[in-house]
Design a protein around this ligand. Structure first.
Ligand code: 5GP
Length: 122
């Protein structure tokens, strides 16, 4: 099944400047901003500027430039926020219904500032 993308999602609106955000870092292809409802002392969302719905969509179809920029920006965010090198962090992404993804624009959650606990409930 082909990947689809809904351009009305809230992160697309943030990228279009229709909704404000607390930016941590912005590059040509990537935006990092604070989560509106943080689940940890550090909770940043990293999103590509391109129209990708999920991690696998991004990994399959983004250009090499976009993919490199995204990951280099992730490293810069970790350094900027002092979580790595340091006490560490958790980077997670949800996809689709089973992943319980709320916003259908690929985003990496970067969480830190406390011990995060088990990865998932069993
Ligand atoms: P998901 O469940 O899709 O992995 O995560 C969506 C995340 O986006 C949630 O952690 C939620 O708090 C965050 N979020 C939803 N709407 C907004 C918004 O308008 N601004 C910001 N900064 N974060 C948002």
């Amino acid at each position: 099944m082909a990947h689809t993308y809904d351009p009305t999602n809230i992160f697309a609106r943030i990228l279009r400047g229709e909704i404000p955000n607390k930016t941590v870092l912005e590059t040509e292809h990537t935006l990092a901003f604070h989560d509106i409802n943080p689940a940890a002392p550090v909770h940043v969302l990293l999103i590509p500027k391109g129209a990708y719905a999920t991690f696998d969509h991004f990994a399959a179809e983004a250009s090499a430039d976009e993919i490199v920029d995204f990951h280099r920006t992730a490293a810069s965010v970790c350094a900027l926020l002092g979580i790595a090198p340091g006490e560490g962090y958790r980077a997670i992404t949800n996809a689709g219904a089973h992943g319980m993804q709320e916003v259908p624009h690929y985003h990496l959650h970067i969480l830190g500032g406390k011990v995060m606990g088990p990865l998932i409930q069993r």
